[in-house]
Design a protein around this ligand. Structure first.
Ligand code: CP
Length: 311
């Protein structure tokens, strides 16, 4: 059982492993850190005794920079590792790479990897704390936590709130982590997209399925719009991007037609003109850049709590 001020898990591998109390503790702790990062001096000494390694085996802009900033705002020493410029290219295994980094007295590992389960494998073989920064199509726990934090800022307690996830659900680690997180917080969740991009098992997670985007937006309080992940698609799931945009894309005219407030979110990177047009992404409905800001506070909270620091 989790205590009021500590997590029930040694690593942040996925939202599936967290209790509702763990999630609430991270979100509540992030409120304090959001205040810190908005001060003139944006730094606290909480992790000054720790060294964190950011291991990125897959491309990233937001998550990599957000983790590095979170670590620096907590005064940790930080090293960054990019697989494309490392001895991984010479055939070194993941475990050898990580053990060599840990031999240099690194305390925590943040890792993004294209293989689902890669951080879970590491957790069975090393003692350092691990934070999953996205493992293939599996989970992206800090994205779901920052999304929940951002929804909570807009909507209050998420119990009973109606949240839609629109787009490429099949290939999305953001969708799976969001579903676990939102369901644990008591929200109602619907996914919307072409039938080919919605996995058949999804209803077993307690979510509804809809294929009409306007109907979905009329139903929900907030909608998380996802990118079509062409880089993970080895076959064609819909006729063309133009057709996808026509039937599932969000534009400002559609948002105006709703005649009700809907919070529009996107984890990034955005493919403008495909899943969302610029006039919708940059509209008053959108909190996309607030999500990015909140990501630093949420990652500070996760690092701080996993390091065993207490508020
Ligand atoms: N949202 C997200 O994970 O973005 P990056 O791939 O840029 O980190």
């Amino acid at each position: 059982m989790s205590q009021a001020n500590s997590l029930s898990v040694p690593h942040l591998l996925g939202i599936k492993d967290l209790t509702k109390e763990d999630i609430t503790l991270i979100l509540d702790t992030a409120v304090t850190f959001k205040e810190v990062i908005n001060r003139p001096v944006k730094k606290v000494p909480s992790l000054r005794d720790l060294t964190v390694a950011n291991l990125f085996f897959e491309d990233s802009t937001r998550t990599r920079i957000s983790f590095e900033l979170a670590e620096k705002r907590l005064s940790a020493d930080v090293i960054n590792f990019s697989a494309s410029s490392s001895s991984v290219k010479k055939g070194e295994t993941l475990l050898d790479t990580v053990n060599n980094i840990l031999a240099m007295k690194v305390d925590m590992i943040v890792m993004r990897h294209p293989a689902p389960g890669a951080p879970h494998f590491l957790a069975r073989h090393i003692s350092a704390r691990i934070l999953n920064a996205g493992d293939g199509t599996h989970e992206h726990p800090t994205q779901a936590l920052l999304d929940a934090y951002s929804m909570r800022e807009q909507l209050g307690d998420l119990e009973g709130k109606k949240i839609a996830i629109v787009g490429d659900i099949l290939h999305s680690r953001v969708a799976l982590s969001n579903i676990f997180c939102l369901k644990k917080l008591g929200a109602e969740v619907k996914v919307c997209g072409p039938p080919t991009l919605i996995p058949k098992y999804i209803t077993s997670l307690g979510v509804g399925v809809e294929h009409d985007v306007e109907k979905t937006l009329r139903w929900c309080d907030a909608a998380n719009i996802l990118r079509i992940q062409l880089e993970r698609q080895d076959i064609k799931y819909f006729p063309s991007l133009r057709e996808y945009a026509l039937y599932f894309g969000i534009d400002k005219a559609l948002l105006n037609r709703l005649d009700k407030p809907v919070v529009i979110m996107h984890p990034g990177p955005i493919n403008r003109g495909v899943e969302i047009t610029s006039d919708a992404a940059d509209s008053e409905h959108s909190i996309i850049l607030q999500q990015v800001e909140n990501g630093v506070a949420v990652r500070m909270a996760a690092l701080y709590l996993l390091a065993g620091k207490r508020q």
